[in-house]
Design a protein around this ligand. Structure first.
Ligand code: AMP
Length: 419
């Protein structure tokens, strides 16, 4: 086949017919589960102010320092959103959503953009669903967020997962811990990988989730943040764990879990799947009590998760989970001749009004080619219309699966098919 003139950009993927049906099912499940948990959907623009993401996600993160699709237009700095927590927090502040009273339980589904090196499970345009509870400090909110995330995977049948949790502390405990960590790492600095050496000064916590082989023995023996938590934060973490146990949500504690986004405080979690390969995180999240103040709102505690749709679909494929049945067409009208075609055009609306999906040939193919087309479209029934049928007022209705035919007036066909 000839090389096409245009193709998608690197790491950007078309979702084609045949695939998109799975997305519909998944989106329906997300909407249904979110409703059960009393979350409301929010849709924010794809483009945000670059400064919001820089401040919200954190200057030193990979996302902001290396992976933003950002551009200028006139006076304004635009970025294609790399995640949706900062945009949701912006919308919360901008529209004074706190004045609606209570906590704001919000969820979203949509595309995100990060200029990462594409590989399996890692794209430059990918999709996330996620949820946020804004305005609650209580561990019950952390646990309800995790429960919502887990219930979506459970509904789909992805159950062979590991939920990792940690507490990344509050600013006070993080300050003391960062010092202890740096004191520990300093004598090993030369043995660390290049990337970890770079992170030592400005972002030493990220060294903990290094994937580099040479860092592992050093990281394994590093002090852990949970030994440095303030009493209040330690108590919060204890209560989160107790509630998870009460809900029978199993988890493992991972003191090296820090996650790539700066805004997390206290609870951090990640859901891992052995069915994903190297990019094994289905989703993750945590508490971000400082974000809303950071972007100009009143101090407001919040907790949320974000999960990747493409990775979820990879897991489904590995586990042989079918999210969507093959699409079927209820009726295909096969026509012979011009008169039959105009009859078909006029009768398609009646089939569709009766709630049936219906189509016909538009390009004057032979009967044989039309039957083949009906097969390709997975038609349940075919109505065959030619000169004779038109003059007799009876049409052949063929049940494609049973290979049976009857000749009936159109009204009777309609009745039979809508029964
Ligand atoms: P994060 O916003 O980095 O916490 O990511 C949350 C989830 O989004 C991850 O666990 C992945 O499932 C998914 N994700 C993040 N980045 C990508 C990417 N570049 N391509 C595909 N999925 C991604």
């Amino acid at each position: 086949m000839a090389q096409p003139t245009f193709s998608t950009h690197l790491g950007m993927v078309d979702i084609l017919p045949g695939e998109v049906e799975q997305w519909h099912t998944l989106e329906r499940i997300i909407h249904e589960e979110a409703k059960k948990f009393n979350f409301e959907e929010i849709r924010t623009p794809i483009l945000e102010q670059t400064e919001l993401i820089a401040r919200g996600v954190g200057q030193l993160t990979d996302i902001v320092s290396k992976e933003m699709f950002a551009f200028e237009r006139g006076e304004d700095q635009y970025v294609l959103r790399p995640e949706c927590t900062a945009p949701v927090a912006r919308a919360y502040v901008e529209h004074h959503l706190d004045q609606r009273g209570g906590t704001q339980n919000l969820y979203y589904i949509g595309p995100m953009f990060r200029a990462e090196k594409p590989q399996k499970g890692r794209q430059r345009q990918f999709h996330q669903f996620g949820a946020e509870i804004i305005g609650a400090q209580d561990p019950a909110a952390d646990v309800d967020i995790i429960a919502l995330m887990m219930s979506i995977y459970d509904r789909i049948g992805i159950r062979n997962t590991t939920l990792k949790i940690n507490s990344v502390g509050d600013p006070e405990s993080r300050k003391i811990y960062t010092k202890a960590l740096k004191d520990y790492l300093r004598p090993h600095l030369a043995e660390l990988s290049e990337i970890s050496q770079k992170r030592f000064e400005n972002n030493p916590l990220r060294i903990l989730d290094s994937k580099e082989q040479e860092d592992q023995p050093i990281v394994d023996n590093a002090p852990v943040i949970t030994d440095f938590l303030t009493d209040e934060t330690a108590d919060h973490y204890k209560r989160v764990k107790a509630l998870l146990r009460e809900l029978n949500i199993s988890f493992v504690e991972d003191p090296h879990l820090v996650r790539g986004l700066d805004y997390y405080t206290r609870t951090a979690f990640e859901l891992i799947s052995p069915d994903l390969g190297a990019q094994d995180a289905l989703g993750g999240g945590g508490r971000y009590d400082l974000l809303i103040e950071e972007i100009g709102g009143q101090p407001t505690p919040a907790v949320g998760f974000a999960a990747g749709i493409e990775r979820l679909l990879i897991a489904c494929e590995e586990l042989d989970i079918k999210l969507a049945e093959e699409d079927m067409l209820d009726v295909y009208i096969v026509t012979l001749g011009e008169k039959a075609r105009s009859w078909a055009i006029k009768h398609l609306p009646r089939l569709r009004e009766a709630g049936l999906s219906a189509s016909m040939d538009y390009i004057g193919r032979s009967i044989k080619a039309q039957m083949k087309d009906a097969d390709r479209e997975n038609a349940r029934h075919v109505i065959i219309v030619g000169e004779n049928e038109l003059s007799e007022g009876k049409f052949v209705l063929r049940d494609m699966k049973a290979s049976e035919e009857v000749a009936l007036p159109f009204d009777d066909i309609l009745e039979e098919l809508s029964a």
